[in-house]
Design a protein around this ligand. Sequence first.
Ligand SMILES: NC(=O)c1ccc[n+]([C@@H]2O[C@H](COP(=O)([O-])OP(=O)(O)OC[C@H]3O[C@@H](n4cnc5c(N)ncnc54)[C@H](O)[C@@H]3O)[C@@H](O)[C@H]2O)c1
Length: 359
Amino acid sequence: MNILVCGGAGFIGSTFVRQRLHEHGDEVTVLDKLTYAGREQNFHDFADDPAFRFVHGAIEDPEAVASALDGLDGLDGLDGLDGVDGGNGGVRARASGPVEAIVNFAAETHVDRSIAEPDAFVKTHALGTYVLLEAARERDLRYVQVSTDEVYGSIEVGTFTESSPLQPSSPYSATKTGADLLVQSYFHTYGLPATIVRGSNNYGPYQYPEKLIPLMVLNALHGDALPVYGDGQQVRNWIHSTDFARAIGHVLAHGAPGEVYNAGGPDEQPNIDVVHRIIALTGASEDQIEHVTDRPGHDRRYSLSSEKVRALGWEPSVRFEDGLAETVTWYRENAWWWEPIRSGDYRSYYERQYGKALS
Ligand SMILES: NC(=O)c1ccc[n+]([C@@H]2O[C@H](COP(=O)([O-])OP(=O)(O)OC[C@H]3O[C@@H](n4cnc5c(N)ncnc54)[C@H](O)[C@@H]3O)[C@@H](O)[C@H]2O)c1
């Protein structure tokens, strides 16, 4: 297939691109704004693949979207990723055939940042999704929206199915919900062949260290405090990013237009247990744990039923215990990836968020 992957420079998007290039032989164009979370380093092992093309631009910019979908004649390919600059002209090479599908990962993804500064969340999720849907409608493309279990809100017992009510509780999840509803409206109103995949909490290599698991792994390895929100009893349904990326590919290939598919991981864990496991895997000390004021409106538990996507033939293959150990090893062995983050703007974000400096 020839696919436009929006947000493909991020954690899960780049995992998806890697699978499509290496396991499916697809042609992939990435459109990405390269926010603090979008990184050219995530292309390191496929940047030179002739089937890969990168356009630097925002999904809310119709010209950037058109460039990414239609290709730009007369532009030189870039020498290397260092040459990628702003605007919508950062084109590496031309895709050979027309794009057949858009898969949209592009998002602001950190709940804490959505509480502090919600504006980018509204712009990217509402306006950005609208621009992509219009582009898909004009060109008759398949469309997959990557969404989250957070649109259902919190559940004390039981598990969410695709028909559970949508009760988002943060600006992040509320704007993701709005995007999902817009996608569904394009199916109902215009017949756009669109599907939605809602994932549970992802972990794995290439995840920006503001998120729980890489934050704890890197702080543990550096002897920094391990800041645990409240009592740490918030339960999350963990899915490895390679499993989630495969679920999205599965829905792209086999999903029915207009349908929503949940893709949850095989294991649930309270956050505090995740931290204890990371301490054991890194040789850090329990004394590094520091309970900090809980996030406002923090959801207590997420849990997803994935029966519908399992019926299409997908199932998660990585158990949390194994995936977490591999993830810790990856962070240990790939300091080239996280060192520039930990020595850059992330430090001031961390200080604002947790009121103390990293070592
Ligand atoms: N991480 C999780 O646990 C999780 C779980 C379920 C669903 N999701 C969803 O999966 C998707 C990817 O999440 P992630 O964890 O890889 O996020 P991420 O923050 O690592 O990456 C997001 C990417 O989107 C890009 N981006 C942001 N705004 C953009 C814009 N306006 N135009 C173009 N590009 C833009 C960023 O530069 C970055 O490359 C998101 O839609 C998220 O809601 C994530």
